[in-house]
Design a protein around this ligand. Structure first.
Ligand code: SF4
Ligand code: SF4
Length: 344
């Protein structure tokens, strides 16, 4: 199937067309923080300013806080009321790193346990990727097997070729959507050549590199090296930003709010960086900050690969550019000692 293309001036029309079938989300910076927000039907200014969102699109599938159900006790027992289905979403402009992040965390939500809240949103959503042509200094996606302008984790992929976007159909879902979409033109050989060049240019713009060869083994060997982990954790202030805004972090806490005989169960993002995260009545196995920092690093680069055969990091760079004390995961991983050193 030949690729399609669309003039940038017609993107609003395209989004409105798709908006008849989906709740369309686009990059937005309401309140000064870039996040995917519901399309307002006209504003396409994100095409000029958008590099990547601060809040990753995981929030469309695992919201920062969500109601799981309401409950009420009566004579027959507890009556449960589930929240209404949010409908089908189309996420326009997702970057390849964030689409990969969704593919990575899918394993957690569907392999170990079938999470109905996450899966119903995920299975009904369409991801429309937009190649990244202005990566940040903190991005290291190419070291994590992600290209800034190519993706197999989206349904459609758009590449900027000047006044137009080239549109590639990546999945069957993407193909079906394009078959029902009007107003697109067929891409020419010249358009394909421009897209190829644009992808290469984007790839070459990612200059930060991380060598992950043997990283899981090195982390395993250094697990009990307290001196190393204390040094690594020294400047961290346990704010949790690097985990809450990481597209591959998915920890949540569950709480009930109860008033007399009725209440709500909700879940909200949590972070292994918080001192209370593992607090239990008798003990806290990660009371010291270095243990929590070790957990964050080892979970992504050692434990997750052990469980799912994939590193839980896409090199999106958020944890580097958003950390208030410039903690840098690439520097940390490069400094992991090759051999174990255990404090006597
Ligand atoms: S963002 Fe920085 S200071 Fe905050 S928890 Fe992460 S490493 Fe620590
Ligand atoms: S660990 Fe950092 S670079 Fe890796 S996916 Fe998370 S926020 Fe992005």
């Amino acid at each position: 199937m030949a690729n399609k293309k669309i003039n940038k001036k017609d993107i609003a029309k395209l989004l409105n067309q798709w908006g008849q079938q989906f709740a369309v989300f686009v990059p937005s910076r309401e309140s000064g923080v870039a996040a995917m927000a519901k399309w307002d039907g006209k504003d396409t200014s994100f095409l000029d300013w958008y590099r990547n969102t601060v809040v990753p699109p995981k929030s469309n599938f695992l919201p920062p806080m969500e109601e799981m159900f309401r409950f009420q006790k009566d004579k027959e027992g507890y009556q449960i009321e589930l929240p209404p289905d949010g409908g089908k979403q189309l996420i326009f402009g997702i970057r390849p790193c964030d689409a990969r992040a969704m593919a990575i965390i899918d394993a957690n939500f569907k392999d170990l346990y079938q999470d109905p809240y996450y899966l119903s949103r995920r299975n009904s959503a369409v991801l429309v990727g937009l190649g990244c042509d202005n990566p940040s200094e903190s991005c290291f996606c190419t070291s994590m097997g992600v290209s800034p302008a190519e993706s197999n984790d989206v349904d459609l992929m758009l590449t900027d070729i000047g006044d137009e976007f080239l549109i590639e159909e990546v999945s069957d879902k993407g193909k079906e959507l394009i078959a029902k979409t009007t107003g697109l033109k067929g891409a020419t050989k010249d358009d394909e050549a421009k897209a190829k060049e644009a992808k290469k240019t984007s790839y070459d713009k990612v200059t930060r590199k991380l060598d992950t060869e043997g990283i899981a083994d090195k982390l395993q060997a250094s697990f009990d090296d307290e001196d190393f982990w204390e040094k690594v954790a020294a400047k961290c202030v346990s704010c949790g930003i690097c985990t809450l805004l990481c597209p591959t972090c998915y920890c949540f806490d569950i709480n009930d709010e109860l008033v007399r005989q009725q209440g709500t169960r909700f879940r909200s993002w949590d972070s292994c960086g918080f001192p209370t995260y593992t607090k239990m009545p008798m003990e806290n196995p990660r009371a010291e900050k270095w243990r929590r920092v070790r957990q964050k690093v080892c979970h992504k680069f050692e434990f997750y690969p052990m469980s799912f055969d994939v590193i839980a990091c896409t090199g999106c760079g958020r944890c580097i550019r958003l950390c208030p004390v410039n903690w840098d995961i690439t520097q940390v991983l490069e400094s992991v000692p090759a051999k174990a050193k255990v404090r006597k």
